[in-house]
Every structure is written in C-alpha cells, then in structure tokens.
Design a protein around this ligand. Structure first.
Ligand code: NAD
Length: 512
C-alpha cells in the first residue's frame, strides 16, 4: 500500500509546482482575451497584481477601459449567431472539453489560486474539480436549454421555447474566483450566449487561465472574451455597452445598485448574487457536536471570504455558555498559515485594504460594547502578508454593527436567543437574505423556522452543501434571481411564445 504523503512534502511539492508558473506569469504578464487573441489594452495601460502572502508583484495586468470593452463586446456580438446556431451536441462536446482541460490543469489552478487570493490549499485543491463539474453539468443541459411548455387552448396550439438572449457580461469578485466564474460562464455558454467576462482586479490570474484553457479546448474565437481592469472603468463600461444584453454579477450589494443604475439606459437584464450576513441557529436539542463542526466550518473556511458564510451564530440561551466555550477553544486552535501548506486552515486575506477593513471591526466591536473572545488582531504569518487572527465576538446584540454588517473575513458574532420566536426575529432583523442554517432535532420546528426565515437558501442540520440543480440566490439585499439547474437558463435566455391557430376560431370582422 502507498504511504500517505507527509503534509510537509505536499507543502514543498506545492511550492515547487508554483515556482515556474509564477516565473512565467511575471515574465508574460496578463493580457485580455479578445476574439481568441491575447492582447494589451488599447491605451497600453497596466496595473500590478500582488500576492496576499508577501505583497510581491505577481504580474503586470492589462488595464481595460471602455475601448477594450467595446472591442470585446463587438467580438462577442459577431460570434453570437454561429454559437447560438451550433447544434447542442457540438456545444456540449466543446464544454466537456473545457471541463477536461480544467481537470488536466487542476493542480496548477489550485496553487495559482492560493498565491493570488490567499485561500488555503486544503479548500482550493478541489476548487478546479468543482469548476470542471460546473462545465460538465451545464454541458449536459445544452440540449434541454431550449425546452419550453405546451399549453394548448381550444382554438390554438400554444408552445413556448427559449432562445439565448445574446452576448452577456459576467462580472465576478475575488473570493474563490475560478470556481465562481465557471458557475456563471458555463450556463451562459450552454444556453448559446457569448460572454465578456470582467474578473475582479484583485484576482486576475486564474481568469486568464480559464480564457486560455477554453481557447485550447476549441471554444470558437469571440465566444468567451475576458477583459481585465477596474470595476468603475472596465466593469462600468461593460454594464453600459449596448451590445451586451444582460449582466450576471456577483459582488457587493452596493455595486449591484450601481450596476442597476448604469445598465438602466440600455435596459440591461440583471442577475445579482450579492452580500450576506447569514444566521446559523442552534437550538438546545440539536446534535451539538455536529452543529459545532458546521458553525466553525461555515465561517472560518475560505478565510471567511464567502457570501454564504454563517457570520452570525444564534445560540439558544440554555446552552450558550457551554457551546461558546467549546467554540472559543476551536477558534483559538485554528491554524493560520501559508496558503500552500495543506495544514493551513486560514490563509492571508486577499488585499491590504480588505485586511484593514476586517481589522477595523475589532474596534467597532469594542466601541459597541461587545467582547472579543478570541482573535482580534492582525497575525504575523509567513511572508508577512495580510494575515488576521480568526475572531469570535460575544456579548453582542442584534442592533450592533458587528451583527448587521458583512465583514467578509474570519469573524463570527454570537447572539443568544430565548426561544423559536426570538430566534426568527433576530435572524430576520437584517438587510440581507442569502442563506440560513438551522440545527434542531425537532423537524416540525426545523420546517417552521425554515419557512419563516427571509433567505433564499436554508440548510437544516447541515452546512452549505451545493447541489447543482437547486436554486442558488438571495432575497432582500442579497440578490435578484436564481442560478443553478434550469434557473440559470431563465436568466440567459428569452422565453418565446408561439401560437398556432387551429383555423376554427372566429376573427372579428371590422370595416365591412
Ligand atoms: P465588488 O462588488 O467590490 O466587486 C465585484 C466585481 O464588480 C469586481 O469585478 C469589480 O471590479 C466589479 N465592479 C466594481 N464596481 C463596479 C461598477 N461600478 N460597475 C461594474 N462592475 C463593478 O465585490 P468584491 O469585494 O470583489 O467581492 C465581495 C462581495 O461579493 C461580498 O459582498 C460577497 O458577499 C459578495 N459575493 C456574493 C456571492 C453570492 O453568491 N451571493 C458570492 C461571492 C461573493
């Protein structure tokens, strides 16, 4: 039997894998992918992307503006008809080839994502595989994307069908950027849309890789274009471009509002996956060991930079003291370290500005009169990058900023509650409504609470486990629209009604 690889060896192997990739990245820089070609910005401008591990420059990146977006949108518009009219069998084959290419490069993608975003290898090791699954899932749905309904009436045969809306813009954030962009791009391509992707300026590396892998896999030129740059420049221009028919956006709620305004003159269809401040509710009759595992996982994995993280722990007062004691011990034992080290549970945060934002909440907590039970400081980690101690805040109540605002870091606020009514009240006392997690062994109560929670996705006795056919999205300030399964096609396609008369109905005769 093979001996398992010691963890230290995996760390070393990861560093050895990353070194030549980073050398090449530094030498080549990152350009836009427009119409199947890697190009510089028309202006010649660039910006630097840095690693959160040590703030070292990773690459010089083309800084796109409205001119580059126009080039990409024009390419996407020209490529649209042939892509739309390609048979679904061929589209399916091509999307599976993209999935193959992602799988073949999964290890490179994982280490690059770690170095570019600071996410720990233990989570990123599977990110590329999940991205490939996104492509395979939607590849297999190419044929049914056009499906509609047959709704006959007495005098007419009524059918509906769906057609791709046209070239679309996809704008993505920097947390788990590779997996997340495939989640938006794969259904758009499967629907028959062409895409202009504007990745986050803090994490351009794997978006560049995705564009190149798609090209290698045979996706025709102009079908998937990637323009790098800043939100207010390239992103804004994409949302305003008349050739772009819809914007699939993942990011902050405030950016969603801005995009809605920017897209209004061209009547853009929008789909928003926005922020969250999600509750996990633990009742005293729950399996408390499993609940504790899930509570820790759902806020401290992925550096807490996760829209679906449960950043508010609502725990029943009768068990709060004991539960929080165990939780505090677990938080203090979390391993903060280099993202390529497989032992690391929390890596450096994406950017110094984000680190400053997360750290600012330590003072906010204290000023509000809450207690920092664990963490509460920046962390001196390997490379000297943007590390922070995983933090737990107790002694808080629902009106405090630490209970209301999305910190988007390894930062958990505990809010005790008396009974079911108060739990639901606190859970819903928030502008967001993305996910909710409920732990109880009373299934009647579980279902009542699930029904009462104002959130798009609820898990009972479980952490967030994604199943691709299910609807993904939020209520309130957490989003508009749903992704996943057939829901994705409703966004990327127009539903078209066709009515055929049986020739028997009476037509009013005017002007006789
Ligand atoms: P962000 O809104 O700052 O940026 C997201 C993207 O929007 C980036 O590519 C950025 O360049 C672009 N952008 C910024 N301003 C723009 C503008 N005016 N017009 C067009 N594009 C613009 O978000 P972020 O800080 O990168 O990501 C973190 C946020 O994303 C958090 O709020 C998190 O909850 C959210 N998020 C939500 C989900 C979800 O599924 N609901 C998933 C992941 C992340």
């Amino acid at each position: 039997m093979d001996k398992p690889t010691p963890k230290g060896d995996v760390f070393q192997a990861n560093r050895e894998r990353a070194a030549p990739l980073l050398k090449k990245l530094r030498a080549d820089g990152i350009g836009h992918m427009i119409d199947g070609k890697i190009v510089a910005s028309i202006s010649g401008e660039t910006f630097e992307t840095r690693s959160p591990v040590d703030n070292a420059t990773l690459a010089s990146v083309a800084r796109g503006n409205a001119e580059d977006i126009d080039r990409a949108a024009t390419a996407a518009a020209l490529a649209f008809k042939p892509w739309r009219d390609m048979g679904p069998a061929m589209r399916r084959k091509l999307l599976h080839r993209v999935a193959d290419a992602i799988e073949d490069n999964a290890e490179d993608i994982a280490v690059l994502e770690c170095i570019d975003t600071g996410q720990a290898y233990r989570f990123m090791a599977k990110a590329a595989i999940r991205a490939a699954e996104n492509f395979r899932f939607f590849a297999d749905k190419c044929a049914e994307a056009r499906d509609g309904l047959n709704t006959p009436s007495d005098e007419h045969w009524n059918v509906s069908t769906r057609v791709p809306i046209g070239p679309v813009g996809v704008i993505t954030p920097w947390n788990t950027p590779f997996m997340l962009s495939t989640w938006k791009i794969a259904p758009a391509l499967a629907a028959g849309c062409t895409v202009v992707h504007k990745p986050a300026e803090w994490s351009p590396v794997t978006a560049d890789l995705l564009a190149k892998l798609a090209k290698q896999a045979g996706i025709p030129d102009g079908v998937l274009n990637t323009v790098h740059g800043f939100g207010e420049e390239a992103g804004k221009a994409l949302t305003e471009h008349p050739a772009i028919k819809a914007i699939g956006f993942v990011g902050e709620s405030a950016t969603g509002s801005a995009i809605m305004k920017q897209g209004a003159p061209t009547l853009k269809r929008v789909h928003f996956e926005l922020g969250g401040k999600n509750p996990v509710i633990v009742f005293d009759d729950a399996d408390l060991d499993r609940a504790l595992d899930a509570v820790v996982f759902m806020i401290y994995s992925l550096n807490g930079e996760r829209c679906t993280s449960s950043s508010r722990l609502l725990v029943q007062a009768s068990i709060a003291e004991k539960f929080v004691e165990k939780l505090t011990a677990r938080v203090k034992a979390l391993k903060v370290g280099h993202p390529l080290d497989p032992a690391t549970e929390i890596g450096p945060l994406i950017h110094e500005r984000h680190l400053a934002k997360v750290c600012s909440y330590f003072d906010v907590a204290r000023q509000d009169g809450a207690v920092i039970a664990a963490g509460g400081k920046a962390h001196d980690g390997p490379g000297g990058g943007h590390y922070v101690q995983p933090t737990l805040v107790t002694g808080a109540h629902s009106k405090m900023r630490v209970a209301q605002e999305e910190v988007f870091g390894p930062f958990l606020t505990v809010l005790p509650f008396r009974d079911e009514t108060e739990a639901v009240e606190i859970a819903n006392d928030i502008r967001y409504g993305l996910t909710g997690y409920v732990w109880t062994n009373d299934m009647g109560r579980g279902m009542r609470v699930a029904d009462a929670l104002e959130a798009g996705m609820i898990w009972l006795n479980s952490e967030n486990v994604r199943h691709l056919p299910t609807p993904f999205g939020g209520m309130k300030a957490s989003g508009i629209g749903r992704d996943g399964g057939d829901y994705s096609f409703d966004f990327y396609m127009e539903t078209k009604h066709v009515s055929l008369a049986r020739g028997t109905h009476k037509i009013q005769k005017l002007g006789i």
